[in-house]
Design a protein around this ligand. Structure first.
Ligand code: F6P
Length: 505
């Protein structure tokens, strides 16, 4: 374990890696099972199986304070320019509530309410129509959040619509979705903040052409660029819903970008989803760091990354309905925190984001858990469980809970053996997060918790959580290579030239 982990500001302040194994930490301080846990609304989180003690935690909170965490949170909610490289606020909280006396945040909330009223009208109009299927076209932040929430909350019973998500530019994705649908009974939503994203424009054109004459009244758009859906697809203003520069793409599912969610679960339940997030917003803004759930989560992430030196982090949802959670979190966390420059342009001295990955239990216990138990790299895990059972199979639910508890216990405590092949070292940290039930409210709360934790991690590291310049270079190179793939020009790079020759056959 990394006594030799790279130095970082948090480590300099908290000062040490604990010598004791996790099991000893818990044995020496049995009250931590309760004391290292917080409950906020529908969420309960237990951090007792993290490899820090009370003094180390205090050091982490002190480090957050000296990084200005409390003022930075207020600045976020007030609509200050927290996205300094793009000169914008990041007001996703204003999509869910009106918390701030700042006129910027207040106005943003008023705009959000207007858009929500229009969303309600569109949902009602579609519900009253003979449409049976919705195709939502978008990618990244214009896809992953709506896809997760619609999938997780749709329930076993069929909803009013079947909602399909089309993101990949690979034409097979469009083919597979459209093959089972009837253009006369389908509506399509083109979701793109910029309305300049290659994948969405190409897939949008495929879907528009497939709709044929129905495209005239079955095509909707959600964008911050209100002119382009009209210009590129002829969509009239009454079928275009706004979003705004002050919402980041990966934070936008709470806006009209959430229209697929509202269609999948109904507008009232979509508003419950927003209310769940708002509960966490109010908690995070108003609660001192030492009792603040997002601050605990962020402190834990920084401890594991910078003090213990863990290079990856798993999210393991013990609820099959959350199988898309790790995909969504990959964008939220890694696009936000995958940075090496601080706000002032200087180099970050610490390692920033680890690789986030995961899946659902119990399936993944039979795929990659072997490596988590006995591999040489330690992977801290967020284990997500749901208390209430909504499926009729009580034995299954109890088994699911038994597995969730067993895995976190085995990770922490291990098991000695004379046979090295059969020994479990233990000492593998985890946080257990329980939702009281899987509802719009609890899912909204869970996602808002992660959003705020991400922001607080960015405060520790002094980086901007709201830009994503790292994805631009690949997009630029791809568009330059289109003429080379068409055989019109030669690619500059010799390896790319050789690969193009192979692709062109
Ligand atoms: O992947 C880069 C990115 O810019 C994301 O941040 C964004 O969510 C996604 O592309 C889609 O962008 P848009 O909503 O503008 O189509």
């Amino acid at each position: 374990m990394s006594e030799d982990a790279r130095p970082s500001p948090p480590r300099a302040e908290v000062g040490r890696v604990l010598p004791s194994p996790l099991a000893e930490l818990v044995a020496a301080d049995p009250a931590r099972a309760q004391d290292f846990a917080l409950r906020v609304g529908p969420l309960y989180a237990n951090f007792a199986r993290q490899r820090y003690d009370r003094a180390a935690l205090e050091g982490l909170f002190a480090a957050a304070e000296s990084a200005g965490a409390v003022a930075r949170l207020q600045a976020l909610f007030d609509g200050e320019i927290v996205n300094v490289t793009e000169g914008r606020p990041a007001l996703h909280t204003a999509l869910r509530g009106d918390y701030s006396s700042s006129s910027v945040a207040h106005q943003a909330h008023a705009q959000a309410l207007q858009a929500r009223a229009r969303m309600r009208e569109i949902v009602a109009a579609l519900e009253a129509s003979d449409v049976t299927d919705i195709v939502s076209v978008g990618i990244g932040g214009s896809d992953l959040g709506p896809r997760l929430a619609a999938d997780a909350l749709s329930g076993a019973a069929p909803g009013r619509f079947r909602v399909h998500f089309l993101s990949n530019v690979d034409g097979h994705a469009a083919l597979r979705i459209l093959a089972g649908l009837d253009p006369a009974r389908t509506a399509a939503l083109l979701i793109s903040k910029t309305f300049g994203t290659q994948e969405t424009l190409l897939n949008g054109a495929v879907v528009r052409d497939w709709l044929g004459a129905h495209a005239a009244d079955r095509l909707y758009a959600i964008s911050a660029n209100l002119e382009r859906p009209a210009a590129a697809f002829g969509i009239p203003p009454e079928r275009i819903l706004p979003m705004w520069d002050w919402v980041g793409g990966r934070y936008s599912l709470w806006s009209a970008v959430g229209l697929p969610i509202a269609l999948a679960i109904g507008m009232d339940r979509f508003e419950e989803f927003l209310a769940g997030a708002a509960e966490i917003d109010a908690h995070v803004l108003r609660t001192p760091l030492r009792q603040n759930l997002a601050a605990w989560h962020a402190a834990t992430a920084v401890w594991n990354r910078n003090v213990l030196g863990y290079a990856t982090q798993a999210v393991l949802a013990y609820d099959d309905r959350l199988k898309l959670l790790s995909n969504y979190l990959q964008q939220l966390v890694m696009e936000s925190l995958g940075k090496s420059a601080r706000l002032d342009g200087s180099a970050v001295e610490a390692d920033t984001v680890p690789v986030w990955w995961g899946g659902v239990g119990t399936d993944t216990q039979h795929s990659f858990f072997q490596a988590l138990h006995q591999g040489t790299s330690i992977v801290p895990g967020d284990f997500i469980g749901v208390v209430r059972r909504d499926a009729p199979y009580a034995d299954n639910h109890r088994a699911l809970h038994a597995n969730l508890l067993a895995q976190t216990e085995a990770f922490a405590n291990g098991q000695a053996s004379d046979d090295p092949h059969r020994a479990y070292a233990g000492g593998r940290p985890s946080t257990t997060i329980l939702l009281d039930a899987l509802t719009p409210r609890s899912l909204g709360a869970l996602l808002a918790l992660y959003e705020h934790s991400v922001y607080l991690q960015s405060v520790y590291w002094g980086i901007n959580a709201f830009d994503q310049f790292g994805v631009e270079l690949g997009k630029q190179v791809a568009s330059k290579l289109l003429p080379a793939l068409a055989g019109e020009v030669e690619a500059d790079d010799p390896v790319t030239r050789e690969l193009i020759a192979q692709l062109r056959g």
